[in-house]
Design a protein around this ligand. Structure first.
Ligand code: ADP
Ligand code: MG
Length: 384
């Protein structure tokens, strides 16, 4: 039985009705780290790990939802005020419903069944996959449609306001708008995007370092503050700099004496990283894989040395990967301090890559990495 048939059959047992099924993908960022909140560029791809949502309409204004992953049930009423933001799993769902309603969409009540293969909390954005799948399903269930960019924005608003997570737009936009076999270059200021075809023989291989440091949240906030300080200092001399996105390396050098060393380094990362994202997209467009590999390697070094958000474990994963034949790029992905690496690996080299990484990483860190071999997938769509 296919994934959607299984979910439909489970839905029948649970609610005694026929359902429609929708799915939205997780994502991985190929390059462009800590550039989103500096109004720069990111380059994610959706991956073929999905959150599936089965849905059928109800005659009242209730929404009932069950998560197979958590083995939990929740319910709420549409057209009601939001409660306080909280991190409960059901807030992602009621938050999306509320954001849609506040934007004028008249939703019907619904029964929902959710199942995700995106690991929860693993940095592959199960949260955005859940939001986007649920948002799309709730709209379709009410005979409504929406542009994928608008859906992404409403889902981001839901996570910001109702879950209380100050996330950027990349995750939701990737999950809503990506295309199979393509990566998506996103301008985080204008929200314009363009897709670029990935070489068909490359797999997106994600290695989880299995380390998540508590430090991550506070360090993230410090980095954001350092970037803001950089902009304030740069803007004194160059008023056109409204975000680090607007600054050049020449401007940064001109202000070096006024910038604290750490702020200077953070700015250097962001400015050069934006450049590398554009270079990586251009390299893909012209099939210059060596340039892509170099951009990813430099991105990792810059995150390690200038932005200082890597970890020993991530460095080890990248170092091992860089020595394996058939690897066309390896770097940490996500905010850092643990989490995952992304590796572009030739299909024929994947087995060897997996063996090499597992054995060598275990030898050096005593940890067993989770490894996901993915393809670039389509954004949200109907799946039955
Ligand atoms: P990530 O997005 O990296 O996976 P987050 O912490 O942002 O990590 O989001 C994970 C949270 O999203 C989970 O703790 C849970 O509350 C919610 N979530 C995601 N997928 C599901 C699911 N299939 N069922 C229930 N909750 C889910
Ligand atoms: Mg998330």
């Amino acid at each position: 039985m296919s994934d959607s048939e299984q979910l439909k059959s489970r839905f029948r047992e649970l609610y005694g009705q026929e359902a429609r099924v929708y799915r939205a993908p997780g994502r991985v960022n190929l390059i462009g780290e800590h550039t989103d909140y500096n109004e720069g560029f990111v380059f994610p791809a959706a991956i073929n790990l999905f959150t599936w949502v089965a849905i059928a309409p109800r005659s009242d204004l209730q929404v009932h939802v069950r998560s197979e992953n958590l083995q939990k049930t929740a319910e709420f009423k549409l057209s009601s005020e939001s409660g306080n933001a909280n991190r409960d799993w059901s807030s992602y769902i009621s938050g999306v419903a509320l954001a849609l309603e506040q934007n004028g969409f008249e939703l019907k009540g619904a029964d929902l069944l959710v199942r995700g293969d995106v690991p929860l909390g693993g940095g592959l954005s199960s949260s955005a996959a859940l939001e986007v799948a649920v948002g799309f399903a709730l709209l379709a269930n009410s005979d409504l449609t929406v542009d994928c960019r608008e859906l992404a924005q409403l889902c981001q608003k839901a996570e910001n306001d109702c879950v209380g997570m100050r996330c950027g737009i990349m995750d939701q936009l990737a999950s809503a708008c990506c295309r199979k076999e393509h990566a998506l270059l996103l301008d985080c200021r204008s929200l314009e995007y363009r897709t670029f075809k990935l070489p068909p023989n490359l797999r997106l291989v994600i290695c989880n370092s299995m380390v998540k440091r508590e430090l991550a949240a506070s360090a993230y906030n410090t980095r954001r503050a350092e970037c803001e300080e950089g902009v304030r200092i740069l803007a004194r001399r160059f008023p056109e700099v409204r975000a680090l996105r607007d600054a050049t390396m020449n401007q940064l050098e001109a202000c070096q004496a006024e910038l604290p060393q750490n702020v200077y380094k953070r700015c250097r990362h962001v400015i050069t990283e934006n450049q590398r994202v554009l270079e990586a997209a251009e390299a893909l467009e012209h099939n210059r894989l060596e340039d892509l590999r170099r951009a990813m390697a430099e991105s990792h070094s810059s995150l390690r040395d200038d932005y200082e958000v890597s970890s020993d474990e991530l460095d080890v994963l990248v170092e091992i990967a860089s020595r394996v034949k058939g690897v066309h790029g390896a770097r940490m992905t996500g905010a850092g301090f643990g989490g995952c690496t992304i590796n572009l690996v030739e299909s024929e080299a994947v087995d060897e890559f997996r063996n090499e990484i597992s054995a060598e990483y275990r030898r050096r860190t005593k940890l067993n990495p989770d490894i996901y071999v993915c393809n670039a997938a389509d954004g949200v769509k109907r799946a039955d």
